[in-house]
Design a protein around this ligand. Structure first.
Ligand SMILES: *Cc1c(COP(=O)(O)O)cnc(C)c1O
Length: 360
């Protein structure tokens, strides 16, 4: 790609490609891990508050103090141990800039199969990285992250595999790299994993990143946050204040502050998604899919009776959208987000029909 007005580094960038957001059609949308249920009604009430008018007239609180307090209260931390941003993608970008851009040649380590934004940030900020292969079953062996490194980033549960590392393994990783920041991206942790937040007080090198996009059903709000010891949070604030002092808008701050406090809503919603996930896994296995064990709101599954790309296209023709990655190691799999029970039943019957028509 080239253009006379573009800088050479811009011409070299290969941007992240998000899952499709179809316009104007009613599809069963199981391709971007959105939550199928509406957000906390208490959080939505904020939108009708007449005081919003005045809040919108002014710049928002640049430090998002009330929101940081609410997050700190929920996780038993201090507000100074919390950093909020405009989606966790932005929080991750600031983390890469703040902790992983190094003068030595030590590469940032992350799994070969993981969130595909990580290599994009490496390119954007000129960070050396090394992809560490997951085992054949997509499990991660912590000892593979030993040795010289500029840092480590893991999604836990991982995406798109859905596999989760137990807390003891995260702790081992923190001990293997005591001089480097280890970022644990817990975008899907509320769907059954054990959060590393409990380790923050003991590990100065740990940064845990969360988002309201998946479990809180607020992908459209764009709110993510990082938690860690104060020196890491201070580093993120230096980067943020050199980029955009007001990244989180006044509406997002208010809605998120209430959403974070509604733990009953969260438990209920995640419980429904988990129950549907377990039924979906059974249904897929009955249709002869290989399903990777998932602790997330999606499953990675390989249809044994036909090519994943063929099934992806056939589902799309039936207005069911799942995610297909034409990439090494996962090109025979589909990543299927967990929707409502009705949506998953429609997916399973469509798969059964497509397979039957292929065999006849
Ligand atoms: C969805 C996702 C994110 C991004 O979340 P936003 O807060 O919506 O930017 C980050 N990490 C992983 C692993 C994700 O799947």
């Amino acid at each position: 790609m080239s253009n006379p007005f573009w800088s050479p580094s811009l011409a070299q960038l290969e941007p992240y490609v998000p899952g499709e957001q179809p316009r104007g059609r009613t599809l069963i949308k199981l391709n971007t891990n959105e939550n199928p249920y509406p957000p906390s009604p208490r959080a939505l009430e904020v939108l009708g508050d007449a005081r919003l008018a005045d809040a919108l007239r002014r710049y928002p609180d640049p430090e998002s103090c009330a929101l940081c307090e609410a997050i700190a209260a929920r996780f038993d931390l201090k507000a100074a141990q919390v950093f909020v941003g405009n989606g966790s993608d932005e929080v991750l970008a600031h983390s890469f800039y703040s902790f992983f851009r190094r003068d030595d040649d030590e590469p940032l380590l992350f799994p070969d199969i993981t969130y595909s934004f990580y290599p994009v940030y490496c390119q954007l900020y000129g960070i050396e990285h090394r992809a560490v292969p997951l085992r054949d079953d997509f499990s991660l062996a912590v000892e593979d992250y030993r040795g010289a490194a500029g840092g480590v980033i893991l999604a836990n549960p991982n995406a798109p595999s859905g596999r989760c590392l137990p807390l003891a393994e995260i702790e081992r990783l923190l001990q293997l790299q005591p001089e480097r920041v280890v970022v644990v991206d817990e975008a899907y942790i509320d769907f059954g994993g054990e959060s590393a937040v409990a380790l923050i007080d003991r590990y100065p090198n740990l940064l845990v990143v969360h988002t309201l996009s998946k479990s809180y059903s607020l992908a459209g709000l764009r709110l993510g946050f990082a938690m860690g010891q104060e020196h890491l949070i201070e580093g993120l604030n230096r980067t943020k204040n050199s980029f955009n002092s007001y990244p989180v808008d006044a509406i997002a701050q208010r809605v998120a502050t209430v959403a974070i406090g509604d733990s009953a809503w969260l438990a209920d919603c995640c419980g429904k998604v988990i129950a549907t996930r377990e039924r979906t896994v059974e249904g897929l296995r009955a249709l002869d899919f290989d399903v990777v064990p998932s602790t997330a709101n999606f499953v990675l599954a390989r249809p044994r009776r036909l090519a994943a790309a063929t099934l992806y296209r056939a589902l799309r023709e039936r207005d069911i959208l799942v995610r297909y990655f034409d990439k090494p190691r996962i090109s025979e799999y589909l990543r299927i987000s967990i929707g409502t029970d009705g949506e998953m039943e429609a997916l399973l019957s469509a798969c059964a029909e497509i397979m039957a028509s292929q065999n006849s």
